[in-house]
Design a protein around this ligand. Structure first.
Ligand SMILES: [Zn+2]
Length: 367
């Protein structure tokens, strides 16, 4: 089913009518992004695994190219994976980006050597001693200048690869102060949407001094921690500063910067302090994973529209679809709704999950 047929299928009539139903923001966003591109996150721990000598990677990237994927975001935990996959990507005509887990950094040596780099909750407890939800919830503080320098050094290592097209930031956020509905049910925590101090970050010495300098208040002592607008803004700005510095760094190497973010601008700010509409980015990929939100597939279009509307063409938005949460038929519907809402392409989570069944449903919509 071609895009225009998909719109007809939804009952919106001809392509000429689409301009009206898409809305001004959607048209502007799509029009300003140049040609549409489709991306895929690829996880090295799925098939093919690290023991593969290259043949499986060749097969995977060739398949993805044939399935309309232009760019692959490769999860990089060790540089050796870039050494292995980058020559294959170049050969198969795939644009490769290094995907890093940015602020969540549960590395034992770093925690031991630099405990002050890690976030502190509203009870004054370090995530090293009392991680929220799971053991891996050891997060770096974006306000800490040493953390920013450390993160820049990680990104610089990727920028040293001439043929790598860009860097992709994931977990570029604070720990969730409020979990998504489906995740909340998994833990013995308050099942509400209130801000509780044990999940609220960061109250490290640097954050406290930084906020006190601009407001005259110690955030650990204020009575309205959960509603104080200036304190909320301080944390938005801390993350924005990190992203913008990384943007400058990546662009100096003639590469591009993209980021995986929470599904909508509103949920991103509320839950993880991401004000991504105001970040410097080349692409943003909201992870519009409807099952985590206990929402139907149709919500994906609504979420994309919120993002493209807020961005108003500032940079392109790619709709991040969780293929493990979508049947092949649903993936076609989700892609159609995303493009109609102004997405400049689709980002599949994951490329490892793509197959002919998905492609049959997607090819006439995304091509
Ligand atoms: Zn802090």
């Amino acid at each position: 089913m071609k895009k225009r047929d998909f719109i007809k299928f939804l009952g919106f009539g001809t392509l000429g009518t689409v301009a009206c139903v898409t809305g001004i923001a959607g048209c502007f966003s799509r029009g300003s992004s140049g040609e549409r591109k489709n991306w895929a996150w690829v996880h090295p721990l799925e098939q093919p695994d690290n023991t593969d000598t290259g043949g499986e990677w060749e097969k995977l990237l060739t398949n993805l190219k044939g399935w309309g994927v232009d760019s692959v975001l490769l999860l990089v935990r060790e540089k050796s994976i870039v050494d292995k996959v980058l020559p294959i990507a170049v050969r198969t005509g795939i644009e490769l980006h290094g995907w890093i887990i940015t602020m969540e950094y549960p590395d034992k040596a770093t925690m031991k050597e630099h405990p002050s780099w890690y976030v502190v909750n509203g009870r004054g407890e370090s995530c090293i001693d009392k991680p929220a939800y799971i053991d891996d919830y050891r997060w770096l503080c974006p306000s800490n200048p040493e953390v920013i320098e450390f993160t820049k050094s990680r990104v610089s290592e990727l920028c040293a690869y001439n043929e790598l097209a860009g860097v992709h930031l994931d977990y570029i956020r604070y720990p969730d102060v409020i979990l998504a509905p489906a995740h909340r049910k998994l833990y013995d925590i308050p099942q509400d949407e209130l801000i509780h101090p044990q999940f609220d970050y960061c109250y490290c010495d640097i954050c406290r001094a930084g906020f006190e300098q601009i407001s005259g208040l110690d955030p650990l002592m204020i009575s309205d921690q959960d509603t104080n607008e200036a304190w909320r803004e301080f944390r938005h700005n801390s993350l924005t500063t990190v992203v913008n510095e990384l943007y400058g760094l990546v662009h100096k190497s003639n590469k591009i910067l993209s980021a995986a973010v929470f599904p909508t601008p509103g949920l991103s700010k509320l839950r993880v302090r991401q004000d991504w509409v105001n970040w410097k980015l080349d692409y943003v990929m909201p992870m519009i994973y409807q099952k985590y939100e206990s929402k139907p597939v149709e919500w994906i279009g609504t979420a994309v529209r919120e993002g493209t509307g807020a961005l108003a063409g500032k940079f392109p938005l790619l709709s991040g679809l969780h293929l493990y949460q979508l049947s092949p038929e649903e993936s076609g519907m989700a892609a159609g709704l995303s493009l109609d809402a102004g997405a400049s392409g689709i980002a599949y989570f994951t490329g490892n999950k793509m197959d002919e069944n998905y492609w049959k449903q997607l090819k006439n919509i995304i091509s």
